[in-house]
Design a protein around this ligand. Structure first.
Ligand code: URA
Length: 285
C-alpha cells in the first residue's frame, strides 16, 4: 500500500521571487536526515545563583547579540516591574512575586513552581532560550513531552521547522531571537493548557518579556489567542500588527502558524512566509 503524499507546493511568481531573493528557494521542511543540531549558545536550563567570584556572565544575563535591529538603539531603559494582571483565576503568590525578580531568580522560581497541577508531572520546567534584547521573541503555548525532557523550547522536528522559519528572515536563536512559551510546564498528554494554568504562568511570562526586552513578538499557533485574549480564529489575527503591552512598553505582536502545523500542512508555508515578512519589517530587520 502506498502512503498518500501531501500535495506539491505551489508558489506564486511573487513568492518565488522572494524566496530566490533571500536564497532560500529550497523547501523549509527538514529532510528525513536532519543536519546535526547546532549547539545553542544561550540556554537557560539549569539555573544557579552566580557566585561572587564568577567572572563570566551566566547565560541568562548574557549581553545582547552584536547585531540588534537599528531601532533598538533608541529604546528606553528597562521598564519598571510589571504588576500581575491575572484576573480570572486565583493566582499563587509565587508567580506574583515574579514582578521583582531578575532572570536568575525568575528561572529558579519557575523551576520550583507549584502554583498549578502541571508541576506534578513535569520532568523540568522549560523556561526559554536565545539572546537578550532580541529582534524577535517567539512565544508558543506550552512545551510538549520532548521539550519537557530536553528542558528547551521547540526541539526536534518542530524546533527544526521553527529554526528554518527564522532562517528565512536571516534570524536565529543564537543571533537575534529568544524563544519561550506562555506555560512553562508540559500539560499531560500534550493537551492544550487550561485557562487557570495559563493564568498561573502569566506573571512569569510578563516578567520574562520585561527582562528579555524583545523588539517584537511572534506568537505561534494557539499562543496568539492566549496572548491576545481572544477566541478569534488564527487566520483573522494574521497579517496584522497587534500590540502587546508589558509594563508600559508596547511591543508589536505578529501572529503565525505553529511550526508543527507546517510539518503537517506544508501548503501553509506561503502564508507563513508573509507573516515572517511582517515580523521582519516591524522588527527593523
Ligand atoms: N510547542 C510549543 O508550543 N512549544 C514548544 O516548546 C514545543 C512545542
Amino acid at each position: 500500500m502506498t502512503t498518500p503524499q501531501p500535495p506539491a507546493l505551489q508558489y506564486s511568481a511573487l513568492q518565488l521571487a522572494w524566496l530566490q531573493e533571500l536564497g532560500i528557494e529550497k523547501p523549509w521542511l527538514p529532510s528525513e536526515q536532519p543536519p546535526a543540531s547546532k549547539e545553542i549558545a544561550v540556554v537557560i536550563k539549569q539555573v544557579r545563583t552566580p557566585a561572587a567570584t564568577d567572572t563570566v556572565p551566566p547565560a541568562a544575563v548574557m549581553q545582547p547579540a552584536a547585531r540588534l535591529p537599528s531601532a533598538n538603539k533608541n529604546r528606553s531603559p528597562a521598564p519598571a516591574p510589571v504588576s500581575s494582571t491575572s484576573e480570572q483565576t486565583k493566582v499563587d503568590t509565587q508567580p506574583l512575586a515574579a514582578a521583582a525578580m531578575d532572570m536568575h531568580a525568575l528561572a529558579e522560581t519557575i523551576s520550583a513552581c507549584q502554583a498549578c497541577g502541571l508541576c506534578r508531572e513535569r520532568q523540568q520546567a522549560v523556561i526559554g532560550e536565545g539572546v537578550m534584547q532580541p529582534a524577535i521573541m517567539v512565544i508558543g503555548q506550552a512545551p510538549d513531552d520532548l521539550e519537557d525532557r530536553a528542558g528547551k523550547p521547540f526541539v526536534d522536528r518542530s524546533g527544526l521547522m521553527l529554526d528554518n522559519m527564522l532562517m528565512a528572515i536571516k534570524s536565529s536563536r543564537t543571533q537575534n531571537v529568544y524563544v519561550s512559551n506562555i506555560v512553562k510546564c508540559r500539560p499531560p498528554g500534550n493537551r492544550n493548557p487550561k485557562p487557570a494554568e495559563l493564568a498561573s504562568c502569566k506573571p512569569y511570562l510578563l516578567r520574562q518579556i520585561e527582562l528579555v526586552r524583545p523588539f517584537s513578538i511572534l506568537a505561534v499557533g494557539r499562543a496568539a489567542q492566549s496572548l491576545l485574549e481572544t477566541d478569534q480564529p488564527l487566520d483573522q489575527l494574521r497579517q496584522k500588527t497587534h500590540t502587546f503591552e508589558v509594563a508600559g512598553q508596547k511591543i508589536p505582536l505578529i501572529v503565525t502558524s505553529h511550526p508543527v502545523n507546517l510539518l503537517n500542512h506544508p501548503s501553509e508555508k506561503a502564508a507563513v512566509w508573509q507573516d515572517l515578512q511582517l515580523v521582519k519589517t516591524v522588527s527593523g530587520l
